[in-house]
Design a protein around this ligand. Sequence first.
Ligand SMILES: [Zn+2]
Length: 61
Amino acid sequence: MKKEWRCSNCSTLLGVIENGNLILRYKGVEYVVTKGQTMAVCRKCHRTNTIVVPVTTGSLA
Ligand SMILES: [Zn+2]
């Protein structure tokens, strides 16, 4: 299951939700947020976007 997280103002791609985890990629490093609230400031319009990653019951694989 894959879902894109986009800026609410300009639709810039901020991250991807995969198997219930939020995946953020920046300069070749991959960040995985497994639960909790995450904020991202859009690189284009500087709008602050907030997402809540639900607690996952499954594994990363
Ligand atoms: Zn934006």
